[in-house]
Ligand binder design. Sequence first.
Ligand SMILES: [Zn+2]
Length: 498
Amino acid sequence: MTTRPRILIAECMQEISSFNPLAGDFDNFHIERGQDMLAQDGINSSLGGALAVFRETGMDPVLTISARSGSAGILMAQAWQRLAGEVLASIAAQAGSGIDGVYFSLHGAMAAEGELDPEGYLLAETRKLIGPNVPIVISLDLHGILTDRMLKQINGVTIYHTYPHVDFASTGQRAARVLHRLVTEKIRPTIARVVIPALVRGDELITKSGCYGELIREARRLELEGVAMSAGIMIGNPFTDVPELCCQVVVATAGDAAVAEQEALRLAREFWPLRHRMQGKLISLDRAIAQASSISGPVIFTDAADATSSGATGDSNLILRGLRDAGYRKKVLAQIVDPMAAAAAHRAGVGARIDVSLGGAIDAKRFAPMHVSARVRLLSDGQARLETMKLGLEAGPTAVLEFDNFTVVVFSRTLTLLDRAMYYANGLDPTDFDLTVVKSPHTEHHMYDAWVDNNFNVDVPGATSANLKTLGHTICARPMYPLDADAGFEPRAVIYRS
Ligand SMILES: [Zn+2]
């Protein structure tokens, strides 16, 4: 190729929980168009990583649209139609301009009312626009659901290799390198997929220390040694109840179907017996409070059931209520989504005392309002940046309320809570407290686990509970472990050839 290859770039990322009662809206999405997408250049995101490789390898990016949303409930039908329309119109506007390759940055765990495979739809429509011969490479979160429809449209895929996720940029870099090879070497790749009927959760998924990480390192080795162009093990988001929700091994080679199949089957066979270990180990709230009371050092209560980063509402007050009812006296730090309480605090002003209800503002079926008489300690605009990705967070009007031994950050909007960013942004340091509530299943080790005496993974209800059987899946294929304890596994590879 004498001229520089032109790479069409698009992005659409969201993760939803089907068990969140509030449907998501178009306004949840942060949209960047054309050159504005370069805002991600240099940050730890898949698109940011891919842009760097396109520059290094002399490929010209043709920027179309990036739509990213924090996690939420299922996307409402009208919002999905508008989103899909805008994404595809942006791609259509460039599709005829001599495109040599497509990079589509996706999460993989979207679902919309009337469309349970939004990524599959976007890729199928993109394929129609771009034609049959232009390679399409995607990147995905390991919590995504890679479907048959998606696999039929693509020529390459890279998947995160870390959890908690820290390799956003490198996953984009890997995708860009695969695409560079497909564009310059005219390879016809083969992708092997093995579906494993299991949903997994818990500490064994932490890739640095858990058994999932041992298998991911095998997938990485296949990539590093050049056996595979890419390899990964996806675990899906167990809360995205869609037909193809599952765990799956994906191995892509430069054309050798036998190697792709053999390695995908090997990793899937190794994964299956580990499914029992890869389940959430939860402690009852009463027991956690009793034990926390007798521990002298700091502790965290992990409220993974209300993990906004997995699609929960963030308005659970069950741990706060439990601590108060049990008479826990040490210093507690927590955060909660409650727009009415935040607004009341902003009306009253710093230093004022207000009587408000906290929690149950969105998921009223699971959480009853908890009445508190609190002092307004601090007010903010709710802006922060995620610690690892440096992406902006917008909680809307935010207040720090104090009552009894509790300090609670109250947000107006559900937002991604997977690190300490919102505590720091509101003048709070978890190390100043005896007990901190963390609404994320896992955080990076240094954030909490490195310095607390214990991390209690509390079993309370929520839209993203690790107690998967309590959620009520109705759409995913059955039997599925652990929803069906006797689910069996007959390893079978499906091969996709470009
Ligand atoms: Zn993820």
